[in-house]
Design a protein around this ligand. Structure first.
Ligand SMILES: *[C@@H]1O[C@H](CO)[C@@H](O)[C@H](O)[C@H]1NC(C)=O
Ligand SMILES: *[C@@H]1O[C@H](CO)[C@@H](O)[C@H](O)[C@H]1NC(C)=O
Length: 634
């Protein structure tokens, strides 16, 4: 039954992987039909640091800025900017959406050159803007839910795709002393007409340009490389003329597939390579484990169980020797059980989120849906945390149920909330719009401490009602002496060795995930991600079982913490990789950006450690129960 289900699931996963290459989203939102002359709203989002075009470009900041940050002096709509409602995940991931003064009407003013406004830019503002241009900030607009994009060509495949966001300015570094500000926007709106008189927006492209010269004159909207660029003086005040031109272009792209141009997977071959790499690792590991389990262990078991009459006293050796110690209560079993509970909560969250992503519910048109689903899943899986924590605690011989229930409910949320709070303070001091508003913080606290924690307590209650798993062998009253273990089985060495394999299975995919988290690159290869996650889980489980087997053969029976540590070993590699990424792909100027990066990295490493550590522990526990049930103990 179980293998059948597993195959069915794998089949579904693979099917989804292939079928979703061109349709990662459900057509959930209804299309907005425009008629000629209808007003089309242009919304502005926060400015984000972008990975520049040239080779070896690095991310230079981690901080988002509000579009209407006073330093930018962008044109403000009449009556002041109005904030637009957003989902929780969207806010957490830094979206800050406002209305704008751009006048756009469906199919009208084709190619008309217009002035938006002429703000005064003081020397101080000019310094602020130039600094942001040097950090490669990008402007993010939204029209009918679509992000404004620049048309780019993928040099490897030759595909043309829409790259979200467009440059605030132009800083070619060596060629130019001062950065040039883009003060003209050539906007191309692609529309599709499903029936006469009805129009839908299916593409938003922007070519930003820097128009220097007399800013008091009327704009001509003609961009050419001969024209002077607009360089802001940092000595005195200057006037900037912002202008724009809207061009309507008929497109054959229907509304339902309008996102396909944006969902460009950079070099799918690399993803395939990564996947094959992971699968090779898994096959290798599974081969090794099955060899050990099937040959060594079954041989051990039959030898242990054989009634040998020729010897009066049969001497135990290998892992059987420690049968009276294996299920001895480990030190600090309370903390271990709390970690296991929280790890299983995160596992459940990751699993459900990936399923949602695979099924296409987390469409990019539904901004922030990924983060929202994750937050909500984590909240409602509080019960999982309580249940697993309390059962593992009881199985390890723990008795202080109240303490366990309390810590399982509040420990992780408190730590995560604490880190988020500190990062938020940093963002506030940096004047960033990425700072989470007070109301949202309150909402998160309410979700975690008002819903997740009580659910966890309920889970603990049911867990303790189901009680401990019965140990297959009795525990000796007097602990055995432990001989010194070989160096490669010492806790840290073993964790680092064991961590290499799951990390190796994931690190190519990890590069893309990091780029999407820290370099504002969109990530849509959820099929690859889900398969990689499955491979990592499997690898972690087998590696932990393998190392625990070696450990027991070396008569070291304190395996509980070791199994968790061995499972979580890849988190140390993740940390190292994060630091390497920092050194090689980021060039963060400010102290705040550095702290933010390290803070996010720390959270990522913590989550990874909990999830994989829990997988390692549960797999090992399961295997040891099987193992010691199979032998006959006198
Ligand atoms: C892609 O190729 C073009 C011309 O061949 C070059 O100008 C551009 O810098 C390249 N882009 C990247 C990202 O390598
Ligand atoms: C707008 O002008 C462009 C060229 O200037 C043209 O290609 C396009 O068809 C025009 N659109 C409409 C709706 O007339």
């Amino acid at each position: 039954m179980i293998p059948n289900n597993a195959w069915y699931l794998t089949g579904t996963l693979v099917a989804t992987l292939f079928s979703s290459a061109s349709a990662f989203y459900l057509p959930g939102a209804a299309p907005h039909d425009y008629h000629e002359g209808d007003q089309v709203q242009l919304y502005v989002n926060a400015l984000t640091p972008m990975l520049a075009d040239y080779d070896n470009a690095k991310i230079k900041s981690m901080i988002n800025y509000d579009y209407y940050n006073p330093g930018f002096r962008f044109c403000v709509p009449e009556g002041g900017p109005k904030s637009q409602g957003e989902s929780l995940g969207s806010i957490l991931f830094g979206d800050r959406i406002f209305n704008s003064p751009f006048q756009i009407n469906m199919l009208q003013d084709n190619g008309t050159c217009r002035t938006l406004c002429r703000p005064d830019v003081s020397a101080e503002d000019a310094k602020f803007i130039n600094e942001r241009i040097r950090e490669d900030y990008a402007i993010n607009w939204l029209i009918d839910g679509l992000p404004a994009a620049e048309l780019k060509k993928d040099n490897r495949t030759g595909d043309v795709f829409f790259d979200m966001g467009f440059n605030l300015g132009d800083d070619e570094g060596e060629y130019q002393e001062m950065p040039a500000l883009n003060n003209h926007y050539d906007v191309v709106l692609e529309y599709h007409s499903p029936q006469p008189g009805v129009y839908r927006i299916v593409g938003v492209l922007v070519w930003p340009a820097s128009h220097g010269g007399d800013q008091a004159a009327e704009p001509d909207c003609i961009t050419s490389s001969q024209k002077p660029k607009l360089v802001l003086s940092e000595e005195g005040a200057s006037v900037v003329r912002y202008s724009y031109q809207i061009t309507w272009q008929k497109s054959s792209t229907p509304w339902a597939t309008r996102w396909d141009n944006y969902l460009h997977i950079f070099d799918p071959r690399i993803h395939w390579f990564s996947l094959i790499n992971s699968i090779v690792i898994v096959v290798f590991l599974c081969g090794m484990v099955s060899m050990i389990l099937l040959r060594t262990v079954s041989r051990d078991i039959s030898r242990y169980n054989a009634i040998d009459l020729s010897e009066e006293v049969q001497e135990d050796w290998g892992w059987k020797l420690v049968h009276g110690e294996v299920f001895r209560t480990p030190p600090h079993s309370l903390i271990l059980s709390v970690l296991i509970g929280n790890g299983s909560q995160l596992c459940a969250m990751v699993g459900v989120t990936l399923v949602f992503a695979l099924l296409g519910f987390l469409s990019p048109s539904n901004r922030g849906s990924l983060a929202t689903v994750m937050m909500v899943c984590w909240t409602f899986f509080g019960g999982v945390s309580g249940y697993f924590s309390s059962r593992s605690y009881a199985s390890m011989g723990g008795t202080d149920r109240r303490k366990q229930a309390f810590f399982a409910a509040v420990l992780l949320p408190t730590i995560v909330f604490g880190i988020m709070f500190l990062l938020n303070l940093l963002l506030i001091t940096a004047g960033s719009s990425g700072a989470v508003p007070f109301g949202t913080m309150l909402l998160i606290a309410l979700l975690w401490f008002g819903i997740s924690a009580p659910l966890s307590a309920i889970g603990s209650y049911f867990g303790s009602k189901h009680g401990a798993l019965r140990n297959p062998v009795r525990v000796n009253p007097i602990p055995r002496q432990i001989p010194p273990a070989p160096w490669y089985l010492r806790p840290w060495a073993a964790a680092l060795f064991a961590g290499i394999l799951p990390f190796g299975a994931a690190f190519v995919e990890l590069y893309f995930v990091m780029s999407s988290l820290f370099a504002s690159r969109a990530y849509y290869a959820f099929g690859f991600l889900a398969l990689t996650a499955g491979v990592v889980g499997l690898t972690t489980a087998t590696v932990s079982i393998l190392f625990t087997y070696f450990l027991l053969c070396a008569e070291e029976y304190r395996w509980h913490w070791r199994a968790f540590l061995t499972g979580g070993g890849n988190a140390f590699w993740l940390l190292a990789y994060g630091l390497f990424y920092w050194a090689s792909r980021l060039s963060l100027g400010s102290f705040q950006s550095t702290c933010l990066y390290l803070g996010y990295l720390l959270l990522l490493v913590l989550f990874d450690f909990l999830v994989t550590g829990t997988i390692g522990f549960i797999a090992t526990y399961w295997a040891l129960r099987r193992l010691y049930t199979a032998i006959r103990v006198d």
